[in-house]
Design a protein around this ligand. Structure first.
Ligand code: AMP
Length: 249
């Protein structure tokens, strides 16, 4: 069974994101970049499925600039077998990425396609669902447990009320949530081994995909600064302020 995993290069989750001075986007120049944390979880799960003898090949895909090769190498150091870079310096929105992934699903014919539930830079949470619509494949989103057997995936999903377990038929698309697993650290020997693994490079144009953005970002702004808190002398004053000033109780 072949598994495809989509891995996005994003601003590292430890970086305090700053808005560009012209309010057009967030600053990404000279900022540490890493694999989207949810995509690391997706790669980890794919590697565990391969280690359990349930998968034979893991192909990782990243769409973006040449630097996304680093992200693919990290995924390969975790255990993925080969990578595909869909290279472009153009802005990619979820629909464009979903169309690219659809073209690669048609080429590679995987049984399972895994994505993060959302990319921590744009917070869209759309690509997996759009890919399911474009490919007409079954989907399970926000997975916190995945069990494969008899051409089916049993997926436990994190929903507002708790957990929901569903069964879907493979081939299928699964987007993964935080509690699915804890990704392994990559070791130096595996980083060295990953350097020898294959990365095929293509472009949206070569795949025949129109990546023209459909949405226009009007403005990006910092969240409002929190005003300083005050100390109250006792509970009675606190309750009085909550009732009469903040009017929240
Ligand atoms: P989003 O819909 O942008 O929140 O992204 C959801 C998921 O889609 C991510 O966690 C990735 O698995 C995948 N994805 C989004 N953009 C890219 C990209 N440029 N390259 C590879 N995978 C991507």
């Amino acid at each position: 069974m072949k598994i495809l995993v989509a891995v996005k290069r994003v601003v590292d989750y430890n970086v305090k994101v700053r808005v560009k001075s012209d309010n057009t986007d967030v600053e990404t120049a000279h900022v540490k970049m890493s694999m989207n944390p949810f995509d690391e979880i997706a790669v980890e799960e794919a590697v565990r499925l391969k280690e359990a003898g349930l998968a034979t090949e893991i192909v990782v895909i990243s769409c973006g600039s040449t630097a996304c090769q680093e992200t693919l190498r990290t995924a390969m150091a975790m255990g993925a077998d080969r990578g595909i870079l869909v290279e472009t310096d153009a802005l990619l929105q979820p629909l464009a990425v979903a169309k690219i992934l659809k073209a690669l699903v048609d080429q590679e014919k995987p049984q399972l396609i895994m994505l993060g539930k959302q990319a921590i830079d744009d917070d869209c949470g759309q690509t997996g669902q759009m890919l399911a619509a474009l490919t007409d494949l079954s989907q399970a989103t926000f997975a916190s447990k995945i069990t494969l057997s008899d051409g089916k995936a049993q997926v436990t999903r994190e929903v507002d009320e708790g957990l929901e377990t569903i069964a879907i038929t493979l081939p299928a698309i699964i987007t993964v949530d935080l509690r699915l697993n804890e990704p392994r650290y990559v070791t130096l020997p595996n980083i060295m081994k990953a350097k020898k693994k294959q990365i095929d490079i293509t472009t949206p144009l070569a795949l025949g995909i129109d990546i023209t953005p459909r949405l226009t970002t009007l403005k990006v702004t910092e969240p409002p600064k929190r005003s300083a808190g005050i100390m109250v002398p006792d509970i009675t004053t606190l309750i009085d302020k909550l009732k009469n000033e903040a009017k929240v109780i």
